[in-house]
Design a protein around this ligand. Structure first.
Ligand SMILES: C[S@@+](CC[C@H](N)C(=O)[O-])C[C@H]1O[C@@H](n2cnc3c(N)ncnc32)[C@H](O)[C@@H]1O
Length: 279
């Protein structure tokens, strides 16, 4: 992290963002990054994407919001010129857009989108960021669907940051890293940087599992690739969110607008202090 950053101000800003995040749905691999790692990661992303148009393919963590907010609050004096988040969870999309409205983050917006659909026509992006489902049970095909959408967002010319599992003890993260690098390479991208075992998560069944930043970049003169199209019922949907967890939900709909920083009334009730009646 750059030495001249006010760490207390940065942690407090990220704390505002964490307070605004909907609770994670484990079934869809929404597993949030720990706050200290979010601070470091957001500063790194702000620097990496400085002055560029950045697409997030999924962002339960809210790194997009941290990046925009740290910049707007002048805690870091660099950041992307525009950020668009594509996520299938309306709670996440709504929370990001409400935060952006409240804090007047004019260059941040989120849209409802499922990766199985063709990417909507948008402004050309120069870089993408994704922390996808990690593909433990499908050899990384779920990661590669998110990566494909990221590569389409930059039209095969630009950079991407892919945040996926990285562990020295387990075989599956290494296999997924191999599959993702092959997939990117077939599309004209090379690994420009790999930051191993960097982030930790609120993941009760594997608290030590970390992720890396796999940064990819298109080779010089990489041709613009085919247009984005929806995918059919292919094998990429099997074991998408883990063993026997197929991708079958199109959108997670928000039932009721919640103030995520406050306890929901369904979580508690009051037991009233008993007092003797005065005569
Ligand atoms: C799968 S989680 C990965 C863990 C990550 N730390 C997080 O919680 O953001 C990443 C994001 O992808 C979104 N997501 C999951 N399936 C999706 C899909 N089919 N299309 C678009 N977004 C999806 C989730 O809502 C979440 O915000």
């Amino acid at each position: 992290m750059a030495a001249d950053i006010d760490l207390k101000a940065a942690i407090n800003a990220v704390s505002d963002v964490v307070q605004n995040r909907p609770r994670p749905i484990r079934e869809f691999d929404q597993i949030y990054m720990k706050t200290g790692d979010m601070v470091m990661q957001s500063e790194f992303v702000a620097n990496w994407a400085n002055g560029k148009r950045l697409a997030f393919i999924g962002d339960g963590d809210s790194i997009s919001v941290c990046v925009a907010y740290l910049h707007a609050r002048k805690i870091v004096d660099y950041g992307p010129s525009m950020i668009t988040v594509f996520d299938f969870d309306e709670r996440i999309v709504g929370a990001i857009n409400r935060f952006a409205d409240r804090e007047r983050l004019e260059n941040l917006r989120a849209v409802l989108y499922n990766c199985i659909e063709a990417l909507p026509p948008t402004k050309d992006f120069e870089c993408f960021y994704t922390n996808p489902p990690w593909g433990a049970s499908n050899n990384g095909s779920s990661v590669n669907l998110f990566v494909q959408r990221g590569i389409e967002a930059v039209r095969y010319q630009g950079e991407g940051m892919i945040v996926i599992a990285d562990d020295e003890e387990l075989d599956w993260p290494a296999e997924v890293l191999y599959q993702v690098q092959s997939f990117a390479s077939e599309r004209g991208f090379f690994v420009s940087r790999m930051m191993p075992r960097l982030h930790t998560y609120h993941l009760d069944d594997a608290p030590d599992l970390r992720s890396c930043n796999l940064v990819i970049k298109s080779r010089p003169g990489n041709p613009i690739g085919p247009e984005s199209v929806s995918i059919g019922d292919g094998e990429r949907l099997d074991n998408f969110y883990g063993r026997d967890a197929q991708l079958r939900v199109k959108y997670v709909r928000e039932k009721k607008r919640l103030d995520y920083g406050r306890a929901n009334e369904s979580e508690y009730e009051f037991e009233i202090v008993e007092r003797e009646e005065e005569e």
